[in-house]
Design a protein around this ligand. Structure first.
Ligand code: GAL
Length: 695
């Protein structure tokens, strides 16, 4: 055995050295290979995100082989542009390539990855045009270049193709296709160099995990970030907002943070970042009154600086050649504007207790963002700046909160590769419920988080269905900036909306552990079915996804009474009743209006809070657990906990509890074992509910 291990290690070392000597691939981290093509670029996506790979966590994953035939990868510079080619096999599907809203599998599509507000077509112009794809053959590829990259994702056919399409005669062959089979992904980077990374599997999930860990591990939000958030109408004053919080209290509705929209600035579009003293005469007192009610404030902003504000003159030397709505565009690749922003934001917002930001308008709309002919004092081109601006602001602001040893959780409209660890959730102005779910599923391939935010609805059914979905997403948010809607805007479904918001609150132990697995293992918290290991799919599975390791979410849309749900291998149970619903099959459900359909794997353990609550717990609170077990199989769940707000967990201040159900003489025996009890905020005598066994 020992000899065998020595031999395979030697073979591995030998093949790795061929890989680097003959093909130029260097190991960047365990299971991650890097190839530098052409010239070093002044700034890349991973530079802008300032990623620090989690080498240790990468080292804990099983070591994969280089997943592709290096002979079949080609990289050339022709007239100052980079041409890349990667092989594809028959039946291979590829996922990712930006935050898409309508499609999952990108094979057969052409994408121009260009930062923009999503315009209704999956053509690469989107809020996170991440040049990363994961393949069903179990590997991932990242092109780390801050450029408008064109990807021919299995569309182009070369004369010298290894596996050319069959020749067909359109005159006689009814199966003739205008888009014949292609055996390659070809990529054009309009720059004289690019950094290419290959992420090993062996599964697609492992490749995605490696990508997330290489980007520093997933983001672990503060506990309050997982509670409910309401964004108030643009011109609300401090008094209106306090009244709003009181209304939430009167309706016994969860609320952890409130979004203050543009009216807090003395001028917006462009912004001053100074409080409007007519609406907010005492910002500190306002934030304090919110805090007294256990509610935090998140401030809306866009980074464009108004001539009416005190930052204008200071920032002017460090801003681009063009304006956005007459505002300056700071060059955040430079240190000076970052320092000026830091001082102002710390003194006037974060120092007063502001918990986070909504970073708006950093994605685009060509007609008002800076043009591609703009220049910036650092020499960063307009194109590069467009691709990275959202990343730069996310990283910069995340660092302010880190300095305070406080976690933040905010919103952003533009992101890109390298964002996995950044504490921001993407949103937009598009408002298709179905497409919002497709985006949520696609976010799991590219290391970003997405919220299918609720704003308004034509009727109570649509309202409830949207509310149910958003409570099963990274941020449970009602964005009432334009309409002033409240969770109870449709009184006929108020109770059902409250119930789903409460369910989210009660799922905190499960949800927080799910995010801990994103942080430490890179497993996306809300995941496409394609990422389920052991599930072989023959078609795209739309509109259903996994939340954490064992809950399958199948949202309903207005106008729909029944739907199909694909159950992966094993037995599956109804979350609410514990009843068996099927086993490795497609079922048709008619779930009624009241609840979002949720299904749970056999043997699953789901830790929940025993009691309902309207605020997420704060440090020091001890809560009672209700631990549910589903089905007939034994199971294990690793329950994570820490103080919920600081970065002390990075120094080891956290606890894992092993929740276990075993079978002895046909009986299900529960057990909870806690390590590091001082960081565990749940009582030691959980109530175990055997959801199925008792039936
Ligand atoms: C939009 C943003 C909305 C809202 C609005 C306020 O750009 O997407 O969510 O914040 O600005 O003016």
């Amino acid at each position: 055995m020992k000899k065998f291990i020595l031999l395979t290690t030697a073979l591995l070392a030998y093949s790795l050295s061929i890989l680097s000597q003959q093909h130029g691939w260097q190991e960047a981290a365990p299971g991650v290979w890097h190839l530098r093509v052409g010239q070093v670029q002044p700034i890349t996506l991973l530079d802008a995100a300032a990623v620090e790979p989690d080498q240790e966590a990468l080292g804990r994953l099983p070591f994969p082989e280089f997943p592709l035939d290096p002979e079949k990868i080609s990289a050339e510079i022709i007239e100052g542009k980079t041409y890349l080619r990667f092989p594809l096999e028959r039946n291979e599907e590829i996922y990712g390539l930006g935050l898409n809203f309508k499609t999952h599998n990108q094979r057969g599509r052409i994408l121009n990855l260009h930062m923009d507000h999503y315009g209704g077509k999956d053509n690469g112009r989107t809020h996170a045009p991440v040049p990363f794809y994961a393949s069903t053959r179990g590997y991932g590829i990242l092109i780390d270049a801050a450029r408008y990259i064109t990807v021919y994702a299995g569309t182009a056919i070369r004369v010298d193709a290894d596996d050319p399409p069959e020749l067909q005669d359109r005159n006689t062959d009814p199966n003739w296709s205008a888009q014949p089979y292609s055996d390659a992904v070809e990529i054009l980077v309009p720059a004289d160099g690019a950094d290419v990374y290959v992420f090993g599997g062996p599964t697609m999930l492992k490749a995605v995990q490696r990508y997330n860990l290489f980007c520093g591990g997933g983001n672990l939000p503060p506990k309050w970030g997982l509670g409910f958030t309401q964004r108030v109408p643009t011109l609300y004053s401090d008094k209106d907002i306090i009244k709003e919080v009181e209304e939430f209290e009167a309706h016994d509705f969860p609320l952890d943070f409130i979004g203050v929209e543009p009216g807090w600035h003395s001028m917006a579009y462009p912004c001053t970042f100074e409080w409007d003293t007519t609406r907010f005469p005492d910002p500190e007192g306002f934030i304090q009154s919110l805090q007294d009610k256990g509610v935090r404030a998140n401030l809306w902003m866009n980074p464009y600086i108004s001539p009416a504000g005190i930052l204008y003159d200071q920032i002017k030397p460090f801003s681009g050649s063009h304006t956005v709505w007459n505002g300056l565009v700071p060059d955040f690749t430079m240190e000076e504007p970052k320092t000026i922003f830091r001082e102002h934001f710390m003194e006037h917002h974060i120092g007063l207790g502001v918990s986070g930001y909504k970073i708006d308008e950093v994605d685009g709309f060509d007609h008002w963002i800076w043009p591609d002919v703009a220049t910036f004092p650092s020499g960063t081109t307009a194109e590069e700046m467009r691709q990275i601006y959202g990343l730069l602001f996310q990283r910069m602001s995340a660092n302010w909160f880190r300095e305070m040893n406080q976690r933040t959780y905010g919103l952003v409209r533009a992101s890109n590769a390298g964002a996995s660890s950044l504490p921001y959730v993407i949103y937009n102005d598009y408002y298709s419920h179905r497409d919002f779910i497709t985006a949520l599923i696609n976010s799991s391939f590219i290391g970003v988080l997405w919220t299918p935010e609720v704003r308004s609805s034509g009727d109570a059914v649509d309202w409830l269905r949207r509310m149910q979905s958003v409570c099963f997403s990274p941020m449970a948010m009602l964005n009432a900036w334009a309409d002033g809607t409240k969770p109870w805007s449709f009184p006929e479904v108020e109770e059902q909306v409250r119930e789903v918001a409460q369910l989210r609150m009660r799922l905190l132990p499960y949800l927080y552990s799910t995010f801990a697995k994103y942080r430490f293992e890179g497993i996306p918290p809300f995941r496409a079915m394609q990422l389920e290991e052991g599930l072989i799919l023959t078609s795209e599975i739309k509109y259903q996804y996994m939340m954490g390791e064992s809950i399958l979410v199948a949202p309903m849309f207005a106008g729909m009474e029944t739907r199909e749900v694909l159950l992966p291998p094993g037995r599956w149970y109804d979350f609410y009743t514990g009843e068996l619903v099927g086993e490795e099959e497609v079922i048709t459900i008619t779930p009624g209006l009241d609840r979002i359909p949720l299904f749970v794997k056999d043997g699953a353990i789901v830790p929940m809070l025993k009691e309902e609550r309207t605020r997420m717990p704060v440090k020091g609170e001890i809560l009672s657990l209700e631990i549910r077990h589903y089905g007939k199989e034994p199971g294990v769940f690793q329950l994570y906990d820490d103080d919920g707000t600081s970065f002390n967990y990075e120094q080891g201040d956290y606890a894992w509890a092993e929740l276990k159900v075993s079978i002895e003489r046909n009986l299900l025996i529960p057990q909870m074992e806690v390590s590091n009890k001082e960081f565990f905020s749940y009582g030691q005598d959980p109530e175990w509910l055997f959801m199925t066994a008792s039936k």
